[in-house]
Design a protein around this ligand. Structure first.
Ligand code: NAP
Length: 323
């Protein structure tokens, strides 16, 4: 992965949300930080909106690069904003372009006034897509596309089971799998989420308690765990022998994969500009739903992360408004 961008002594500082020690939201402080400078093939973006994946504070990449502690860190790796600087070698973007995209997970993120990212990690957003929606959609949509197409190789007519079909990634999985012509079954934790799942394109909805097993779910061609944490054994058992299980939080159990004869894979999403461009087009055309649960100003960034353990006011992403 690329080296962390640097700042010079003459660069004015910026405001950022940072953690100086590994931990949860309680570590986050709103403070001055060095403003990053774009290196070769990189751009600096004046951030307007930065979205949160609550699990990111548990990802090793958030805290270390090549096994070495990299605190202080800036979280949030999904953003929209305006290009404020282009580094040497960048010819396809210009200062003033409205862009959205993803920051490398093992570098400083976008919960800050400025973020530096490889130019290839963003796409132009267009004027018909808001900063908040673009920031909210970038990571979950790319993750869902990669899970369905690049990992599970889902085909029309196949049966897919999505555990957590209305989360940020889950909602895109449900919509894209439906659009690909699959028969979509999702698990959710409430009747309200079940109704939303049907609106997103689910053919079958199973409401489970947070810790209860989903029974009688069998012989799926593909299953995807969009909840995170420990993947339950019943999800392995739900896939037909030779079928595909895709997990998103950590590598799967090879023992359980062997026990049920399934191909179980984990992957980390890669930013792809052409996919981001496609996504912007779908959002602008109203062909995909992007839900926003709540927004917080950057100065209340810690509260934004703390809200991950509280009931949300509605479905969708939590987004930090930077400017
Ligand atoms: N590998 C990658 O590249 C990558 C990229 C992005 C995200 N991820 C991972 O993907 C996972 C999901 O991320 P996200 O941003 O989509 O999270 P999220 O928005 O919080 O969604 C999680 C969903 O799971 C639901 N849920 C919780 N427990 C459940 C259960 N027992 N049964 C069914 N549904 C349950 C939640 O519903 P309620 O709110 O009703 O509880 C929520 O809708 C995380 O582990 C994250 O780390 C991986």
């Amino acid at each position: 992965m690329d080296a962390e961008p640097t700042a010079t002594n003459t660069t004015p500082p910026m405001m950022a949300l940072r953690a100086h020690e590994r931990g949860g939201p309680e570590r986050l402080v709103y403070e001055d930080a060095p403003r990053p400078i774009a290196g070769p093939d990189e751009i600096c973006v004046a951030v307007r909106a930065a979205a949160i994946t609550f699990a990111e504070l548990t990802w090793p990449e958030t805290w270390e690069v090549n096994g070495i502690d990299r605190t202080p860190i800036i979280p949030s790796h999904e953003f929209a904003g305006v290009v404020s600087e282009v580094g040497p070698g960048v010819i396809d973007l210009a200062v003033g372009d409205s862009v959205f995209g993803i920051a490398p997970f093992n570098r400083d993120g976008a919960a800050a006034e400025f973020v530096v990212v490889p130019a290839a990690y963003v796409a132009r957003k267009g004027t018909r897509v808001s900063d908040v929606v673009a920031a909210a959609a970038a990571l979950p949509a790319l993750t869902a596309w990669e899970a369905l197409g690049g990992q599970a190789h889902l085909a029309a007519g196949q049966r897919i089971l999505i555990r957590g079909g209305t989360g940020a990634v889950g909602a895109f999985l449900t919509q894209f799998a439906h659009g690909m012509g699959a028969e979509v079954t999702v698990t959710v934790t409430s009747a309200l989420a079940g109704a939303r799942a049907r609106n997103l394109g689910a053919d079958h909805v199973v409401v489970t308690g947070p810790d209860s097993e989903a029974r009688d779910l069998q012989a799926f061609d593909v299953a995807i765990d969009a909840v995170g944490g420990n993947v339950p054994e019943w999800l392995y058992a739900s896939v037909r022998p030779g079928g595909e299980l895709v997990v998103l939080q950590e590598p799967p159990s090879q023992e359980l994969a062997d026990k049920y004869g399934v191909n179980a894979v984990f992957f980390v999403v890669r930013p792809r500009r052409e996919r981001l461009e496609e996504l912007a087009g779908l959002i602008a055309a109203g062909q995909v739903e992007v839900a926003i649960a709540q927004t917080f100003p950057l100065s209340a960034g810690r509260a934004a992360y703390e809200s991950g353990s509280l009931p949300k006011p509605g479905p969708g992403k939590t987004v930090i408004l930077v400017s």
